[in-house]
Design a protein around this ligand. Structure first.
Ligand SMILES: Cc1ncc(COP(=O)(O)O)c(C=O)c1O
Length: 399
């Protein structure tokens, strides 16, 4: 296996610096051949079972179910939590569409709230203000590989008798007070999409942290059948016992995921090294009031998934992206806030003032971060970004 390099690797700059490049450990091919030789390429195969065990150990979750995507895991969570028409589900507007879609598919109403400025995770005070007699669930999104204020979210949910479903798509290998994001609420969803630190193309997992939900979770995952009980020899035949769908990961995909999980600590360390280098480089700019950097709270150890900056305004942000592009570097903005999207307007409602969400979405730039970026690549990104911001300042304040 070629493990991910620790620290920031020396070496020449890449001509082109993509925004993301999925890391290949090296053993994926032989693992896939192993899955093909096994003759079990469908869901809940030996590689999937091994990954689930590993993820359970890693996160402390009682039961892990591999799914075809985080989107699927969120949909399974919504089904499992019994969300239905008339229910309200509180979530940040600053998130990916799947966070909301999973609940809209059940006939529920997403209630969009603001994020807190320092790490763009859900603002607990906004959650409290959004509660109504219809609130059934709260969905913190663990943005950028960090973690929301889960103590506050869990306390608000307990008082409101609401279930907490964590969208931890980006946060595997992060911790919050030593615990894994995704394993703190009753349910949590992870992603292994190609854009994530650890990936298998398309893939996800549902973390079932409430023991009362475990048995039904494996039924809903297997099309509403008791197939897993049959596999364990607990029943003589399996049949349709509940609603459900196919929320499964092929064992070919799970073979790839297993290889990535083995290298997970090294991949995370490499992401963090790049994140730290950016963070250090932009400190003087923040001190001069030219950008805002993320401020990860001390109780969170992030996994280096996203490095973002807030430029002074939308024009400066767009200018940074264009200038980086001219130098072969692909930077990106992020979510169009869901409350302002066509489907968000149709299916959701807004609670409180989303001023910070709107402002951050307009000013945010994400810089490239992937295993294999060299020190020279990172230096080029920093230099071009700083020069672009200086150009904008000079344009705004002539002279
Ligand atoms: C916050 C969040 N939720 C959900 C998803 C959906 O993940 P997947 O592509 O695995 O369905 C993503 C993926 O980008 C995400 O960032």
């Amino acid at each position: 296996m070629s493990a991910a390099p620790a620290g920031l690797p020396p070496g020449p700059p890449h001509d082109e610096v993509p925004f993301h490049r999925p890391f290949v450990v090296g053993d994926e091919g032989s693992a896939v051949q192993g899955a093909l030789r096994n003759g079990h390429t469908g869901g809940n195969g030996p590689y999937a079972t091994a990954c689930e065990r590993q993820l359970s150990e890693l996160t402390g979750s009682q039961k892990v179910l591999l799914t075809h995507s985080c989107t699927g895991a969120l949909e399974l969570a919504a089904l499992l939590a019994g969300i239905g028409p008339g229910d309200e589900v509180i979530m940040p507007s600053f998130t990916f569409v799947s966070t909301a879609n999973a609940f809209v598919l059940r006939g529920a109403t997403p209630v969009f709230v603001d994020v807190r400025p320092q790490d763009l995770t859900i603002d607990p005070a906004a959650v409290e203000q959004a509660l109504s007699p219809r609130t059934r669930a709260i969905v913190p999104v663990q943005y950028g590989g960090g973690c929301a204020d889960m103590d506050a979210v869990m306390a608000i949910a307990a008082a409101a008798n609401a279930v907490v479903i964590e969208d931890a798509a980006q946060s595997l290998f992060a911790t919050y007070r030593g615990r894994a994001p995704g394993a703190i609420g009753q349910l949590g969803a992870l992603s292994f999409h190609e854009t994530k630190n650890l990936s298998c193309g398309e893939g996800g997992a549902l973390l079932v942290n409430d023991p009362a939900l475990v048995q039904r979770a494996e039924v809903l995952q297997e099309k509403g059948t008791n197939r897993m009980r049959f596999v364990r020899g607990e029943v003589r035949a399996y049949t349709w016992v509940d609603v459900g769908s196919s929320f499964l990961m092929s064992d070919i995909t799970a073979a790839i995921l297993g290889t990535q999980l083995e290298a997970g600590s090294e991949i995370t360390a490499a992401h963090r090294a790049i994140w730290d280098a950016y963070h250090e480089a932009f400190a003087p700019l923040e001190a001069a009031g030219a950008v805002v950097r993320p401020a990860i709270p001390p109780e969170v150890r992030h996994n280096g998934h996203i490095y973002w900056l807030l430029a002074p305004d939308r024009e400066a942000r767009d200018h940074v992206i264009v200038r980086l592009g001219e130098h072969g570097v692909r930077a990106q903005f992020h979510y169009v806030p869901l409350h302002s999207s066509p489907a968000g307007l149709r299916y959701g409602r807004v609670a409180g003032d989303l001023a910070f969400t709107t402002d951050a979405a307009a000013r945010l730039v994400r810089l490239p971060i992937w295993v294999g970026m060299t020190r020279a690549d990172v230096e080029r990104v920093c230099e071009v970004t700083m020069a672009a911001l200086a150009e904008r300042r000079a344009a705004v304040v002539p002279g």
